[in-house]
Design a protein around this ligand. Structure first.
Ligand code: FE2
Length: 430
């Protein structure tokens, strides 16, 4: 007797009509027509069953603070940083915890069960770190939350940036962050990358830096990050977030840079929603897109995963906690509209980001953790097109969220949208 069987599941890798049996929180079998019984069954009715979404880049300390203490009038990155600088000294730990938990509730309903969040360490009060460490514990049964010590105002540029970052790591923050392009000079940026990689090597931690989030083609801190990764033996443990300057770099230089990044095993984290919104702001026309070179990086074998980055905060007034919205934008901005392209984009929201986070037991294979999302879509292509409801979200074999199916959608197979005795729907097209 199994604990749970999900029947008639289509998987992201193209396998169709499979039953997935769960025992003790792990996948015990994936086969066609499992004859055994289970305490609970879900008929996926040939819909997509995916491992949960993984967001490798978020700011949970700022989320849902839109309008506090005022709106971002210009809508630019720099006004967003200034605005956050106004809110940060007056925000309380309780407010931070309350907003973060509200976001986590939203994330669970979206099937987003793994999140890496940056935590601003610029204010020496470090209420941000205190709050998110508490949130990390509270949401543990549902969401695996990784925290990055992020010196938003500059590791060297902020008054107590150096000591605050170390104190946050001492408190239990998991990952070393950075923002070299925001330091006062290129040299300070270079030096910050070296110092932060040294800290990661000494403490045995991963690195995840906001790196070259600018349209300046001469912002080349990713080169230093890759070189220091190799020098300190951190291959595979380092992520470069944003990397938008690569969009504007000279092609010859990039032809040297990408192999260096591959040698260093850099995990690349573009943030399509935020990059298309915030970059290219100094351009008239033509305007740059401001996302890094996703196709070229993937083709070179680098691990690329997409982040949501912001939801209703000083930098971005939109967002929904839906990683499919992120993938939808990535398809457009990277112009990756082919069938194989879209499959790669879906992977960048799931298996690639799981690799970035170093997750163990992730995936739909026997022995993996029984964590799933049942989507109201037949496959990954339809999921990316419709951003459909998450009919069931399952963590370690237990259903932790359900959504009613939407009706009246343009499903390609023309079927009514039903699952688990959902709404009756009579298709208009006979
Ligand atoms: Fe960010």
């Amino acid at each position: 007797m199994f604990d749970l069987i999900i029947r008639n599941a289509n998987l992201a890798d193209g396998r169709k009509g499979l039953d997935i049996a769960v025992k003790d929180g792990k996948i015990a079998a994936i086969e066609t027509s499992i004859a055994a019984e289970a305490k609970e069954e879900i008929d996926a009715t040939d819909r997509l069953v995916s491992p949960p979404f993984v967001d490798p880049h978020f700011h949970m300390d700022a989320t849902l603070s839109l309008g506090l203490p005022r709106m971002n009038v210009s809508g630019t990155l720099l006004e967003g940083i200034a605005l956050w600088g106004e809110l940060r000294p007056i925000v309380t730990k309780e407010e931070l915890v309350e907003r973060a938990l509200r976001y986590c509730d939203l994330a669970v309903t979206q099937g987003l069960l793994f999140i890496r969040s940056h935590v601003d360490t610029s204010d020496p009060r470090l209420v941000t770190a205190e709050a998110l460490l508490e949130v990390k514990e509270s949401v543990k049964p549902y969401i695996d939350l990784q925290l990055v010590a992020f010196p938003q105002d500059g590791y060297y540029r902020a008054k107590e940036g150096v000591t605050s970052l170390s104190r946050a790591l001492d408190m239990g923050v998991d990952i070393v962050g950075g923002i070299p392009h925001f330091e006062r000079t290129m040299e300070d940026g270079r030096a910050s990358v070296e110092a932060l990689c040294r800290i990661a090597a000494d403490r045995g931690l991963p690195v995840d830096m906001h790196c070259d989030e600018t349209d300046d083609p001469m912002s080349r801190h990713i080169e230093t990050l890759a070189a220091e990764t190799i020098r300190f033996g951190l291959q595979g443990r380092v992520a470069g977030s944003h990397l938008t300057s690569m969009h504007s770099m000279d092609n010859y230089y990039v032809s040297k840079l990408i192999p260096l990044m591959a040698e260093a095993g850099i995990n690349v984290i573009p943030n399509p929603l935020i990059n298309i919104m915030l970059q290219g702001r100094h351009d008239t026309y033509p305007k740059r897109r401001g996302m890094t070179r996703v196709r070229e990086l993937m083709d070179a074998g680098l691990n690329v995963s997409f982040g949501h980055d912001c939801v209703m905060d000083p930098w971005y007034s939109m967002g929904s906690g839906d990683m499919l919205e992120v993938g939808h934008m990535a398809i457009h901005v990277a112009q990756m509209a082919g069938i194989e392209d879209k499959k790669k984009i879906f992977d960048a929201l799931t298996v690639n980001s799981a690799k970035t986070l170093g997750l163990e037991g992730y995936g739909l294979e026997k022995g993996c953790n029984a964590d799933f999302v049942v989507l109201q879509a037949v496959d990954t292509l339809e999921a990316l097109r419709l951003k459909p409801n998450r009919l069931a979200v399952i963590k370690r074999g237990k259903v932790i969220a359900r959504s009613a199916p939407r009706i009246g959608e343009l499903f390609l197979d023309g079927r009514p949208s039903q699952i688990d005795g959902g709404l009756d729907y009579v298709p208009v097209r006979k």
